[in-house]
Design a protein around this ligand. Sequence first.
Ligand code: AMP
Ligand code: GLY
Length: 418
Amino acid sequence: MNILILGGGGREHALAWAIRQNPKCDRLIVAPGNAGVADIARGAAIDICSRSDVIDFAEENAIDFVVIGPEAPLAAGVSDALRQAGFLVFGPSQAAAQLEASKSFTKEICDACRAPTAAWARFADAAAARAHVTKHGAPIVIKADGLAAGKGVTVAETVAQAHAAIDLIFEGEFGDTSVVIEEFMQGEEASFFVLCDGTDCLPIGTAQDHKRVGEGDTGPNTGGMGAYSPAPVLTAELQEQVMARIIRPTVAEMARKDMPFQGVLYAGLMIADGQARLVEYNVRFGDPECQVLMMRLGAQVLDLLLACAEERLSEIEASWADDHALGVVMAARGYPGDYEKGSRINGLSAISESGFEMVFHAGTAERDGQIIASGGRVLTCTGRGATLAEAHDRAYALVDRIDWPEGFCRRDIGWRAL
Ligand code: AMP
Ligand code: GLY
């Protein structure tokens, strides 16, 4: 089988690494890919958000199965176009991807299927939004309604902060014309990953990530500085509760609305007092959550993604080892603010990778036989072990073997669970 993965981050490197191990995979192309992916698959410089470019490329390369990694091509309708052209695709339709692309869409789905989530209201003008905040007080959460690359959310501790966040959104900072205001939920956050084929659902793992750039979970938000799986807070009992109250009702409501959800539903949950409420949905794997999930699932991932795309999830099960994985992101100094590109990363070639130790690449490129940093988040050093402590030690042992003075990482990934 010829497989095309769209994306070029640590998530896609991890997907490629797992898929490559499955004997069903004959040829693997990752577009655009990165310097790490280049060791196991061909790269391709195409515009992955252009429907015609992706279809032409898939036709030219006799692709049998397309796996879409990031949200942008999903929101751009690349999966619909591929399906119309006859390709088998892992990734939701543009309509179903609204579960990530639109905050108000998700809130309306939750209301319709009574999935527990924060109380909310939507406003199309700043004055009404400000008045709502004045009435309800802080803390309160202000969100740009659309996709804002993780930057459109403000957890406001004061009314003044909330008002400032509203003004920023209506000034057009995120290209949005409406704001969603939510009740602030307290608790511990965890992520739950469930494959959905439009009708059936199959949980494939839990994880927790560290969004803040600084140790002790301080400083500005990032795409994620590290993650571990499983998330101890998401007990088997809580997972069943989330399936019954949140995931299955959402999938049924999406089918009822004629937008069947097909792909991975990544539920961000807030857990307090033994109850889980939905914070948000994403319609793709998380990065770096995917890296830790792939380390634990291994080669079976291809069978699971195929079963999902072929609408036969009811026939398959995920097999689990009683193991743990932890990933530490190495980023360029300055990230998530301004950072330099082009610094050399040494030490990578001396590392022998295995099912227990993997360095997944994100923003890397090769120049004159040398790996250089070409993005903000650059590597995810990932360890797997019988315990979380073992996985942690393996991941940091990898970090310590990488010689990259222009990079940094958090030293406390997993602290809450360790
Ligand atoms: P989102 O992009 O919706 O996931 O929001 C980003 C982050 O903001 C989440 O991971 C939470 O940490 C926080 N957040 C979002 N909504 C809420 C809420 N209603 N209550 C508390 N924290 C929230
Ligand atoms: N790590 C968070 C995300 O991928 O959205």
